[in-house]
Design a protein around this ligand. Structure first.
Ligand code: 13P
Ligand code: SF4
Length: 310
């Protein structure tokens, strides 16, 4: 079986497979470690493996490489990008900074290495409330690129920030109409949403949190019969494993055109397959590199985040 061959290659090469919760179920099942963006960065920072295969999107592999410059970091599909990271180019951020010289830049981890190099502190959806909440009140903040996450942080902490106008096309396209219908059909089911969702969806939700926080909520409430899920549906695999008796109902996108399913999948995350994972491990191909000068700057706001997350 291809899974056995992948595990044999990992043992032979002292390689570790790290997978995001939005990966295909079969990739999650073969991984050494599954996590959200924060957990993947934390895991990369402490692994003693020689090779790290990041089953996620490109910025996640870049983050691992920045934290582990001496290790070989591979990604099964190098074209696995991110619409949110793409919405903020380094040169545009540099221009924004120039217009606001006295501001601190807080960047979501869903950004390129070049953007991180222009950043004061990186956050993920797991720690953004805590980190922004701790910043001195007199510090002015430029926050990017996710506008929805930025608005959510402001609503929760009262902290005003200048927001970049970017979004994740997956989280921005959940249908509020369909969610209202699901709430009528399943009145007892808590609605769990990711803070990258638009305001309308957040307002209709009972629990808002990072992928990990939503999974933790499910695990802490195994007595519930159903949950309605407004985040990329890959997380449902892990939720089902934790609570096999529970029904998980994905909120559909506004239109299935270009999505191909009623459960809202990130097509970038799904580009990684078992076959590509096997080939990249076998050939040690698709190595992720980051310019040394960029990496030396980008590592500082990532390390700051890891310290503040402890
Ligand atoms: P988290 O992994 O922080 O929940 O973010 C979700 C996401 O969209 C990752 O690309
Ligand atoms: Fe980027 Fe959204 Fe896909 Fe996450 S789900 S990788 S934020 S496009």
């Amino acid at each position: 079986m291809i899974q056995d061959e992948i595990r044999a290659l990992c043992a032979q090469k002292n390689a570790i497979i790290m997978a995001h919760y939005y990966q295909r179920p079969e990739i999650q099942d073969v991984a050494d470690f599954i996590g959200d963006s924060l957990a993947l960065a934390q895991q990369a920072a402490k692994t003693d493996a020689s090779i790290i295969v990041v089953c996620g999107v490109h910025f996640m592999a870049e983050t691992a490489k920045i934290l582990c410059p001496d290790k070989k970091v591979l990604i099964p599909e190098p074209a696995a990008g991110c619409s949110l990271a793409d919405s903020c180019k380094a040169e545009d951020l540099a221009e924004w900074k120039k217009q606001h010289p006295e501001y601190k830049v807080v960047s979501y981890v869903n950004t390129s290495a070049a953007v991180k190099a222009l950043t004061d502190i990186v956050v993920t959806s797991s720690n953004a409330l805590k980190i922004v909440g701790q910043m001195p009140a007199e510090e002015k903040i430029l926050f990017g690129p996710d506008h929805n996450l930025g608005s959510y942080i402001t609503a929760q902490t009262g902290r005003k920030m200048e927001l970049w106008d970017g979004s994740c096309h997956v989280h921005a396209r959940f249908s509020a109409e369909a969610l209202m219908q699901l709430k009528k059909e399943y009145p007892e089911a808590p609605v769990l949403a990711h803070p990258e969702c638009k305001q309308l969806i957040i307002n209709l939700s009972d629990v808002v949190g990072s992928t990990q926080a939503l999974l933790n909520y499910v695990k802490r409430n195994p007595d519930k019969k159903q949950f309605i899920i407004a985040t990329e549906s890959g997380i449902i695999h892990e939720m089902r494993k934790a609570c096999p008796e529970v029904q998980f109902i994905p909120v559909p996108p506004e239109t299935t055109e270009g999505v191909g399913c009623m459960c809202n999948e990130c097509e970038y995350m799904r580009m990684n397959t078992l076959e590509k994972l096997f080939a990249c491990l076998r050939d040690e191909s698709n190595e992720v590199t980051v310019d040394k000068a960029v990496a030396e700057k980008a590592v500082l706001p990532i390390r700051r985040m890891l310290q503040l997350s402890n």
